[in-house]
Design a protein around this ligand. Sequence first.
Ligand code: G1P
Length: 298
Amino acid sequence: MGQSKPVRKAVFPVAGLGTRFLPATKSIPKEMLPIVDKPLIQYAVEEALDAGIDTLIFVTSRNKHAISDHFDTAFELQTRLAEDGKTELLKRITQIVPDEVNLVYVTQPEALGLGHAILCAETIVGDEPFAILLADDMIRNRGAGALEQMIELHRESGSSVIGVEEIPDELTTSYGIVGVQVNEQRQNAIHTIVEKPKPEDAPSRLGVVGRYILDSSVFSCLRRVTAGSGGEIQLTDGIAAMLQTQPVLAFPFDGERYDCGSRHGFIKATIDYALEHDELREDMLDHMHRLLKTSGRI
Ligand code: G1P
């Protein structure tokens, strides 16, 4: 493939119901649940900004004001922190997204699935390649973020790119699973993609993680998709249709990924981020040491 347009826009589908975290998510979106002191959505937004994205498109549903409020100016709070001379805290709430970045909110009128949510962003994305980030997949990196790595591969190859990682047998029913073949450029070209297959039907153990860079032709494919796994319009099915006409690469990114849509993944992320935090690390280690001792593990 040749040169393609740069990836400038990122779509964040945030209209899900978050049932696995009820009652916490009864009145706030799951993307607003915090890992240490930042909500999940902010980590995903920071990953996108680090990768050079300049337009953030949130696909929301009713009752998701908390997300737009989070990225909006909080005059009262800012005035108060400024008056009290709390400049460090003030910086934390005023520099989340730089002024030159555009934020766009689109409503998904009905929860018809991830593919449908992406379709809701079509007019804003237009005719250019774009990124999708699912905020409940958190990816921790010391170097370049996962999306930045994927954008690099997209720049080199001109192809759509999907983030993947090896998953255990029993989890194929929780992920999109891809079948790949290594091409001449030593890239993993996807030949099959299936949403949440049983282990015996899965083409491999490579699971799709919530990072995608897709050609805009995925929209016309999605418009033709009918309800699939779970009775929903699946993004996976739109990508499967796209495979008929163009290459899509699977990319095993560098970084540690946490499934923050599940309680155990969420808690592991909290522990790991707390241990990286200068103010929390020592205290947390002491606490864990005590826990391991009293439980007889050490
Ligand atoms: C979605 C996608 C699935 C992907 C997963 C990654 O599923 O449909 O293909 O593997 O995100 O987190 P969900 O977790 O929304 O059920």
